[in-house]
Design a protein around this ligand. Structure first.
Ligand SMILES: [Ca+2]
Ligand SMILES: [Ca+2]
Ligand SMILES: [Ca+2]
Length: 565
């Protein structure tokens, strides 16, 4: 009885702690923001008195977040519900920039349910930083195992680095700051002002640049952005002192210059070129010089690949604290050169600390201006399917449709329609989505073979239908089984609303123009697919001429069709 009461009191007490630490509000109303041609739905998922540091979409289709005070929270991605997985506040030293900071998941979380986290602590009056692993079990993070400690990383109230990244070879990179002692950065025997590389059991990788040392790169001031790009390169952002914030590629064994070099080797600091030559300094891809003085304070970033926000697709999205914005950064095919930079959401939500994206393309941003928020961004118009490939072929006399998705969002199924006149479409089959729950940002391939034959012309249309009944139509394809390789047909003919021009199912490009019988050009287009759809609903009744030129062979064909009213 007594024990039960104690247990109950303990539970009540821990519940009270959570309530005191996390004051959060329900989602705010949706605010539309236009970027380019896309309207984003923006909303506040969570508002908290805690200060977020790392925000990552992760296991359990949830957001995971560290707070500077020493919490690790799991947050529901649509209703903002919070579960406290770890309360480490008693162990964390939090002053100004220090606290519980970077976090990363094991790459095979199902079989190895580990998270790795960097935090600052105090031992016998000394401020230190360590890298620890926790095991996820039963809605809690337990069994702390320390990978890097021994008092080897000095912590300070500023410049603690702490961004974590696990590489495909199961080694972990951890950035450290100079802890406000600039001499640390060029001192290879100090673990401060570095990017470190450690095995997941805490041992030193045998192929590290300096044998027996965790040091992977030297000469850093305070790198707080770190990510692996699909091109295999590691990118990092780093805070500059009064200017010269850096965006750079991290390479093993390189010297990144601090404090002798700021930004490029361009002698804005005396003696830079001499130092750069002597130490093989790796220059950044960008040095954000802010005049007249003052840094932008870049933080973590993502490489956004999802097609649902075309303005952001295949771009870096970098968060900034002082300038309170997201900067889109584009690179060329080599990955070594920036091709464009554009700012978004300037001063929209205050200082921005971190950014992450869900498999459905939704973006989440953690702000750093109290009360801190998690902002969700998504395309206001949800589309169930994004195609990466979509084609038709004739296999043993049967039309075969093949398509590969680039991404699916709450996609229930594909509807397949057939038409023999280009006007009336009959639903002939449905294929359920292969994406788990209908949502996936990895490709899935689909195929449908139709046994139907016996019409002069057969057209197919594929439609994606999501779980809410919203639909996305894909272009009509014409079966190549019904005609020879060079066949060009116009159907329906006569037309009233639209007409379809079938083209040889080849990789050639065709210049297509429609002329009146008097020779006046009414329509022009370039087509590659095996079909071109022309709307004729505003055209007067009469006869028209279609001129089709194969760009490769220069072969020209004229055909007539009629618009009837
Ligand atoms: Ca992050
Ligand atoms: Ca540098
Ligand atoms: Ca410089």
């Amino acid at each position: 009885m007594f024990n039960t009461k104690i247990l109950y009191m303990k539970k009540l007490y821990s519940l009270l702690i959570v309530v005191l630490l996390i004051h959060f509000q329900a989602r705010s109303q949706i605010v539309p923001i236009n970027i380019g041609t896309t309207t984003l739905e923006t909303s506040t998922l969570l508002s908290t008195t805690e200060i977020p540091w790392e925000l990552k979409y992760g296991p359990g289709d949830s957001l995971w977040m560290t707070t500077k005070s020493g919490l690790i929270l799991r947050i529901h991605p649509t209703n903002g519900g919070v579960t406290t997985l770890l309360n480490h506040t008693a162990n964390v030293w939090q002053v100004s920039e220090s606290g519980m900071l970077g976090m990363v998941f094991h790459q095979d979380f199902t079989n190895n349910p580990y998270i790795y986290v960097a935090y600052t602590y105090t031992n016998a009056g000394l401020n230190r930083e360590r890298l620890s692993r926790f095991t996820y079990s039963g809605n809690a993070l337990i069994n702390e195992f320390v990978l890097i400690d021994g008092g080897n990383i000095v912590a300070n109230s500023i410049h603690n680095g702490s961004r974590l990244l696990i590489l495909p070879d199961n080694t972990l990179l951890m950035s450290t700051g100079d802890a406000a002692n600039t001499a640390n950065a060029q001192n290879s025997s100090s673990l401060n002002g570095k990017i470190l590389r450690v095995n997941l059991d805490g041992t030193i990788p045998a192929d590290n640049p300096i044998p027996g040392s965790l040091v992977y790169t030297i000469g850093h001031r305070n790198p707080q952005g770190l990510m692996l790009h699909p091109n295999g390169k590691i990118y990092s952002t780093e805070h500059g002192p009064n200017n010269n914030d850096e965006f750079q590629v991290i390479e093993a064994g390189r010297n990144y210059g601090w404090p002798n070099v700021q930004g490029f080797c361009d002698n804005d600091i005396a003696g830079e070129t001499t130092f750069c030559t002597a130490n093989n300094v790796k220059e950044p891809l960008a040095s954000w010089l802010v005049a007249p003085g003052g840094t932008w304070a870049p933080n973590d970033m993502i490489w956004y690949t999802h097609p649902s926000i075309p303005e952001f697709q295949n771009s870096f999205l970098v968060t900034f604290l002082k300038t309170a914005k997201i900067r889109r950064v584009n690179i060329d095919g080599t990955g070594n050169s920036i091709t464009g930079e554009t700012d978004f959401f300037v001063n929209q939500w205050g200082r921005l600390r971190d950014i992450t994206a869900a498999p459905n393309g939704d973006i989440y941003i953690a702000t750093n201006t109290p009360p801190s928020k998690i902002i969700r961004l998504r395309n206001l118009t949800t589309v169930p399917v994004y195609m990466s490939d979509y084609r038709i072929s004739c296999i043993q006399g049967k039309a075969q449709l093949n398509w590969t998705t680039q991404a699916e969002i709450k996609n229930r199924q594909f509807l397949i329609y057939r038409s023999t006149d280009g006007i009336n479409y009959e639903l002939i089959s449905t294929l359920p989505s292969l994406a788990p729950g209908g949502t996936s940002d990895i490709p899935h391939s689909y195929s449908y073979t139709d046994n139907f034959a016996g019409a002069e012309q057969v057209l197919y249309k594929i439609v994606g239908e999501d779980l809410d009944g919203q639909r996305k139509n894909f272009e009509v394809l014409s079966s190549p089984c019904q005609y020879g390789a060079g066949d060009i047909r116009i159907i329906p003919n006569p037309a009233t609303d639209q007409t379809l021009i079938t083209l040889p199912n080849a990789t050639d490009f065709f210049n297509i123009s429609v002329l009146s019988t008097e020779g006046k050009q009414l329509f022009t287009s370039v087509a590659q697919r095996n079909l071109l759809n022309i709307s004729v609903n505003k055209w007067p009744a009469g006869t028209y001429i279609v001129s089709i030129i194969n760009q490769r062979s220069k072969e020209k064909i004229n055909k007539k069709f009629v618009v009837a009213r």
